[in-house]
Ligand binder design. Structure first.
Ligand SMILES: Nc1nc2c(c(=O)[nH]1)N[C@@H](CNc1ccc(C(=O)N[C@@H](CCC(=O)N[C@@H](CCC(=O)N[C@@H](CCC(=O)O)C(=O)O)C(=O)O)C(=O)O)cc1)CN2
Ligand code: MET
Ligand SMILES: [Zn+2]
Length: 801
């Protein structure tokens, strides 16, 4: 046993990670400037170092101990899973020429430019696939591991950043994705034999971690944090027992060296859920290893009643009681109760922490502006009550430090803070707008008929008669490129430097261009291009009652891309139509059918910070009712096709299979509530992306949309036969153009994909469209890609005739 040498564990509290994009998105801007070629790698490194140092200073100022590894070292230029791939040298063979670059920093096999190329692709070299990180709106880059992937310590960035912080006076706790999670999130490399499991490479990966730990210890790191969130999920590629066996093997090897000279103490963090279920108990497995600490998510997860874990004697348990994934101020009294209850665990030491990294919340509520009274709140000038109700990353650090003081010195030491938190929680529970009787009454009066449309056959006939579309109709998913001009106009308008009428005029001009372009290209169903939307969720949140939106509450979504998740704090209602004028204007410009464009209730919830005082399903139905009214108004304005996007349907799928059925029930119902009020001849579309859909195929069918467009290009249409086999028989638009990469897919490529789709399901139900919206693309890529899509469609149509 090595536990006798455990260092003093985080007595002042700790957090599992901190936002790294910068308080004003400094990292995003620096990275994008580097990509654009306007700054050098050295300049980017210097900006990043400044951001890291500012973070260290801030965390210490907020109360974390600078001497004992309480401050996490959780920086990343792009993604922490990509960082692990760089660390392990696990770069796919198509990028082999980037390895060992002359311009790579000492200690790295990849240059910064090379690292970004793996993330973003180049020419015909596709980037790593991107997918959702557990149940968050953060996306990571999927490692590709094969039998021959050569692992070595290919980057010592983690060590360099530890030294940099140490030299600045802060002893950090480096944070690295753990080996079991890394391999279980990986996919088999393209050239791997069928049935190959990346987890089979565990024994080759672990020695690299051993070497990293040795290097960190040599620099004096007291702790390292290895993130193993996969232990909270049972939706994984191998039986849970196999994952747990891998934990035993990996952490057995990682704890062989003595703490101190051989390695830092190891904290295994398990965010996003509980570890104990009926059939498996990952906490028992972890407790049986020789790691020195375990960080538990006590917000999403709970512990089995009065369970004791003898293996935890001598270990530190970091009790993740402060929510790292939502923005409500903590009820400190209730959190202290949870901490009291943890005595039964039998841990050697108890420390206070966050449930997850704080990378999922914005920096600071004090970066927002507040109106003097609730009535004066508008736009991003927030209702002053929110200042009291909310806690962003910096407030959460203070909550952690306060709870740690209460734990160490007794509740009396933090009475004032606890009382203030209790007052805030009480004020929120009873505040005007949190419960709106009219909203409640409408939801209570719903009947099954409100969730049901006419039979599909009847709808399909009525829609074909009304729309008269050709076979394999072509369309796009909604957004066209968000140009710098559009964003500048919106920024000026928000600052009051561009009048509302001039802004609207500029957006209308953009819509005119987008319509003309689509007609020129020859698309069948047109869109307005969404120029007026800053974001597909924030736009609606700004127009609905019950939501607040921030000015600076940025959260990284992937790479340099950020979002400002709205805050859903009260009952939701729609004071006025939200999209009708834009869609009606668009329809007036063309004889082609125009598709109205809305975001669905599940996605609006998934990409907002939602109230935690009622079941999500109830909140979803309130949003569903608001959207139902919008669909009715669009229909009344002559819009015959309406798309209701649900890209986040898969994202909120619970990590534990036992919870799937209940989730799929309320999520599907809220969509149906939104879409079932329209006439038989109105065609309802939906769109899903960024996911493996396997586990939600039944739900896709359950949505009962007339047409579903799905991301499919990278997976080469594999979802089409899956849907067919699941009995899905309505319209399907599998993406034939991967919009995540700047590559222009050729006519041949898109023809081949479309032919694949047509070959595996009734051609009469197939649509041709890109994988997702075009907002992150530039016109230089968009125009030829869509031209090729139309040409490909014509070629495949000819084979059908
Ligand atoms: N919420 C959400 N989640 C999602 C998606 C999504 O579309 N929305 N898509 C998936 C992938 N995630 C994505 C997340 C963000 C972006 C994205 O493009 N984000 C933009 C910001 C979008 C935005 O809020 N735009 C605002 C603000 C733009 C801005 O930065 N303005 C400048 C000023 C510009 C100027 O003066 O020139 C500034 O504020 O500094 C607007 O258009 O109004 C970015 O990071 O660049 C894309 C995909 C999954 N999750
Ligand atoms: C992330 S799904 C995006 C759908 C949206 N209608 C768009 O085209 O941008
Ligand atoms: Zn999409």
């Amino acid at each position: 046993m090595t536990t006798t040498t455990t260092p003093t564990p985080f007595a002042g509290g700790t957090v599992l990670g901190y936002p790294r994009i910068g308080r004003r998105r400094e990292l995003k801007k620096a990275v994008e400037a580097f990509w654009a070629g306007t700054t050098s790698a050295d300049e980017l490194e210097a900006t990043a170092a400044q951001i890291r140092l500012a973070t260290l200073r801030r965390l210490v100022e907020l109360g974390l101990d600078p001497t004992d590894g309480s401050v996490p070292g959780s920086f990343s230029y792009y993604d922490q899973v990509l960082d692990a791939s760089a660390l392990l040298g696990a770069v796919p063979t198509r990028f082999a020429s980037l390895v060992g670059a002359d311009d790579a920093p000492a200690g790295d096999a990849l240059s910064l430019a090379g690292y970004f190329t793996v993330a973003r692709g180049q020419g015909d070299r596709a980037p790593l696939e991107m997918t959702k990180w557990f149940d968050t709106n953060y996306h990571y880059l999927v490692p590709e591991i094969g039998p021959d992937t050569a692992f070595s310590l290919a980057s010592d960035r983690v060590v360099r950043e530890f030294v940099e912080a140490r030299d600045a006076g802060v002893v950090t706790r480096p944070v690295v994705v753990g080996p079991v999670t890394y391999l279980l999130l990986a996919k088999a490399a393209d050239d791997a034999p069928a049935g190959f499991s990346p987890l089979s490479r565990l024994e080759d990966v672990v020695p690299v971690y051993v070497e990293l730990l040795r290097r960190l210890a040599a620099e004096g790191a007291p702790w390292v944090q290895l993130d193993e969130p996969i232990l909270t999920s049972d939706s994984i590629d191998v039986p849970v027992a196999e994952a747990l066996a891998a934990v035993t093997t990996a952490y057995g090897a990682l704890t062989t060296a003595p703490v101190g000279a051989g390695r830092p103490a190891i904290l295994v963090a398990t965010p996003f859920g509980g570890l104990a279920t009926q059939d498996a108990d990952a906490l028992s497995t972890l407790a049986a290893t020789d790691v020195e600490g375990v960080a538990l998510d006590l917000v999403k997860g709970s512990l089995p009643d009065a369970a004791t874990y003898p293996g935890l004697a001598g270990k530190t348990v970091v009790a993740g009681v402060v929510d790292g994934h939502n923005v409500w101020r903590a009820d400190l009294a209730a959190k202290l109760d949870v901490l009291d209850g943890l005595a039964a665990l039998g841990a050697g030491a108890l420390a206070v922490g966050t449930s997850t990294s704080l990378q999922h919340v914005p920096h600071d509520v004090d970066d927002e502006t507040y109106a003097a009274t609730s009535a004066e709140a508008s736009g991003t000038t927030l209702d002053p009550r929110l200042r009291e109700w909310l806690a962003f990353a910096d407030q959460k650090v203070v909550e952690v430090a306060t709870l740690a003081r209460g734990l160490a010195q007794g509740r009396a030491a933090v009475t004032a803070e606890v009382d203030a938190a209790t007052a805030a929680v009480t004020s929120r529970a009873t505040a005007a707008g949190v419960v709106v009787p009219a909203v409640r009454e409408r939801a209570a009066a719903l009947t099954e008929a409100d969730f049901t449309r006419a039979a599909y056959a009847e709808r399909a006939a009525a829609q074909q008669a009304a729309l008269d579309l050709p076979p394999l109709p072509t369309t796009t998913i909604g957004s066209f490129p968000q140009t710098p001009e559009i964003r500048r106009a919106r920024a000026l308008n928000a600052r009051g430097a561009l009048a509302d009428a001039d802004y609207a005029q500029q957006m209308q001009d953009e819509i005119r261009r987008v319509v003309a372009l689509q007609e020129e290209i020859g698309l069948d169903v047109l869109v307005h291009g969404e120029p007026e939307r800053n974001d597909m969720v924030q736009y609606f949140a700004e127009l609905l009652d019950g939501f607040a939106v921030t000015a600076n509450g940025w959260v990284q979504s992937y790479g340099s891309r950020c979002v400002r998740p709205p805050i859903l704090w009260g009952d939701v209602a729609r004071p006025a139509p939200m999209t009708v004028e834009w869609s009606a204007f668009t329809a007036s410009l063309t004889d082609k059918p125009v598709k109205g464009m809305l975001t669905g209730p599940v996605t609006i919830l998934a990409w907002s910070f939602v109230r935690d005082d009622q079941p999500l399903g109830d909140t979803a139905n309130q949003v569903g009712l608001a959207l139902r009214d919008e669909l009715a108004d669009l229909e009344a304005a002559g819009i015959g096709i309406i798309q209701v996007d649900e890209p986040a349907l898969r994202e909120l799928l619970p990590l534990r299979q036992a919870d799937h059925a209940a989730y799929l029930d309320w999520s599907v119902r809220s969509f149906r509530l939104a879409t079932s009020g329209v006439r038989t001849e109105t065609q309802v579309h939906t769109h899903l992306c960024y996911s493996e859909f396997g586990e939600v195929i039944g739900a896709i069918d359950g949505l009962d949309a007339d047409v579903t467009s799905v991301e499919a290009a990278r997976s080469r249409m594999e979802i089409v036969p899956e849907l067919r086999d699941a009995g899905y028989s309505r319209g399907i638009g599998p993406g034939v153009y991967d919009i995540h990469s700047p590559r222009v897919p050729s006519v041949e490529e898109q023809t081949e994909l479309l032919a694949l789709a047509v070959g595996s399901i009734d051609p009469r139900v197939v649509w041709a469209n890109p994988d997702c919206g075009l907002k992150t693309r530039r016109y230089e890529e968009t125009v030829p890609s869509l031209e090729n899509l139309v040409a490909a469609t014509r070629a495949v149509r000819a084979t059908l005739a």
